[in-house]
Design a protein around this ligand. Structure first.
Ligand code: BGC
Length: 550
């Protein structure tokens, strides 16, 4: 098992922080550094010198914002039973009307002076039935790309963001009774269907590159694939709703293997089909993927832990979620039993990653525990597993209600440094960071604190090329429905009116000035208590959802 330099327990990890606090700020809210942070404008995420140039953006995903989206697996998975749906979680319905309002929404990005928009293209719209292409849908996304470019906003396209057409892996037919058919390919990880899905994903990526490659240079194959495979194929919480986690070696890891193979196949297809250098940086296509990164810390019985067994469990989880996927692609290998030693060679995976997106929301505890997550033998601080792994937050205002986790700003710096150290030469982009809140001040704090931590990492030598806030506006938060609010713009879900939050105002000012000035840092920055969120108890035992509800 690969050990990372960041394995000591929480107490040890707090030491450098104490030094930092003494030097530049305090837990009561002082700034983490002195002086404004500046971010010169960047053209490309891959060819510029990342230390000198930077981009500001906002992100969304098609299923989370688009209305009238009935050919997705989410529509079926969440739809009411009377309409043939499975009603497994809140109905996605009209989402944020982001399909109808797509062109109008471009002005929201413009109002914030953003350089780039990261959005996904809904595969189920483009190809509602296998091998049937909807030209109307192609035209829609083409118009969106044109509108972005006309507004001086660079498109970054995500190909797969947590959703499929139903024919890829039909949630209504989990047993895949008739074997792979055109109506149900049976999905990744299926011995016969898996390779078919990989080929279909590559064809879909090729089509997007053919149709949009003249104007798009930046492609993300997968959004947070480890989280997705865990939720959709491990725990059954996302469509299709398969529970393979407890058959870890024989079913779960093969699904991960297929996912990695599909990344490589999509990357190859994009590079073959997108030959036009749209932005003049000398490169027609920059292919990356984006990874959820979590600041895991050893924990036990609700407290930070110094027990070496918990530290080792933390390392195993970090390896499985962070290093295994990226190592596989970088090295062209696969660790088929997740024991830390690669045992398969996949040379065609190698060289398929031009940049890596990191997406940061929280810090969470990990406890060594047999009979929790199999093979890895650990329990992470997640609803499904919290066996005392969740720890009390450094300050109660760091609790993020509804989501049930702790926002800890410096975790982003530490994670960026870890990735930067492990993968020298790989440009990093913070393709998502944000916070669930209904309080504008807290969103503004999240924006400023995120940029402070990115600024620290850049000052420490990390090559970070940009920051995209999640999300442009409130939307459908997957299995949690519409209660969580992540938008820079809040959405009224009866009129669909978009209203800027204080987060939009602050990000807009920063992007216009290309710097975070002292006054913003004094008001919103630092690592101390945040503006309280109504409903969070003053002294929560942990930030676990169940505890916050008490
Ligand atoms: C996902 C988004 C999600 C966000 C907030 C990320 O995991 O990419 O789709 O809405 O986190 O939870």
């Amino acid at each position: 098992m690969t050990r990372t330099p960041r394995s000591p327990g929480v107490l040890l990890r707090l030491l450098p922080l104490a030094v930092l606090l003494g030097a530049c700020g305090s837990l009561d809210g002082g700034p983490v550094g002195v002086g404004g942070l500046s971010f010169a404008k960047s053209g490309s995420i891959v060819t510029d010198d990342g230390r000198g140039s930077f981009r500001f953006g906002a992100a969304t995903a098609a299923t989370q914002i688009e209305d009238r989206n009935p050919t997705t697996d989410w529509w079926v998975f969440t739809g009411p039973k009377e309409q043939g749906g499975l009603a497994k979680s809140p109905f996605v319905g009209e989402a944020s009307r982001g399909y109808t309002l797509a062109i109008e929404d471009v002005k929201l990005l413009q109002e914030m002076h953003l350089d780039s928009y990261r959005f996904s293209i809904e595969w189920a719209r483009i190809e509602p039935r296998r091998d049937v292409i909807d030209e109307e849908a192609i035209r829609h996304y083409s118009d969106l790309i044109d509108a972005l470019l006309a507004a001086g906003i660079k498109p970054m396209v995500t190909i797969h963001h947590f959703s499929n057409p139903t024919w890829v892996d039909d949630p209504r037919d989990l047993a895949c009774a008739d074997g792979p058919t055109d109506r149900n390919l049976c999905g990744l990880g299926h011995p016969v269907g898996g390779p078919l899905v990989i080929a279909e994903m590559a064809e879909h990526a090729r089509l997007l590159a053919e149709r949009f490659g003249d104007r798009v240079d930046e492609w993300g194959t997968w959004n947070e694939p480890m989280n997705y495979v865990l939720a959709a194929y491990g725990l059954g919480a996302f469509p299709p709703g398969k529970n393979r986690l407890f058959n870890f070696i024989d079913e779960f890891l093969p699904t991960i293997r297929d996912m990695l193979a599909s990344h490589a196949a999509m990357a190859k297809a994009i590079r073959e089909a997108d030959r036009r250098d749209a932005d003049g940086d000398g490169r027609p296509a920059d292919v990356g993927l984006t990874l959820a990164v979590i600041d895991w810390v050893p924990s036990r019985d609700g407290q930070p832990s110094d027990d070496p067994a918990d530290a080792a469990a933390r390392d195993r989880l970090e390896y499985a979620l962070h290093w295994l996927p990226v190592d596989s692609i970088r090295n062209g290998t696969f660790d088929a039993n997740a024991d830390g030693v690669p045992d398969e060679q996949h040379p065609d995976w190698q060289g398929t990653l031009d940049w890596l997106g990191v997406q940061y929301y929280f810090r969470g505890g990990v406890t060594a525990a047999v009979a929790a997550v199999p093979v890895l033998d650990l329990a992470p601080c997640f609803d499904a597993f919290d066996l005392g792994a969740c720890i009390a937050p450094a300050d109660p205002t760091f609790c993020v209600p509804v989501m049930g986790y702790e926002y800890w700003a410096p975790g982003l710096h530490d994670l960026i440094m870890d990735f930067s150290g492990r993968y020298p030469g790989l440009p990093l982009v913070v393709t998502e960071a944000g916070i669930q809140t209904r309080v504008g001040e807290r969103r503004a704090e999240n924006v400023v604190r995120t940029l402070e931590q990115i600024g620290r990492a850049r000052a420490d030598g990390a090559d970070v090329r940009g920051y995209y806030h999640w999300s442009l506006y409130d939307n459908f938060e997957w299995a949690l429905g519409y209660e969580p609010r992540f938008g820079l713009y809040s959405v009224d879900f009866t009129t669909y009116e978009r209203t800027p939050t204080m987060g939009a105002e602050v990000l807009g000012r920063i992007a216009e000035e290309r710097s975070v000035d002292d006054s913003l840092r004094e008001r919103f920055g630092g690592i101390g208590p945040m503006t309280p969120e109504p409903g969070v108890p003053e002294n929560p035992r942990t930030c676990n959802r169940a505890d916050l509800a008490k």
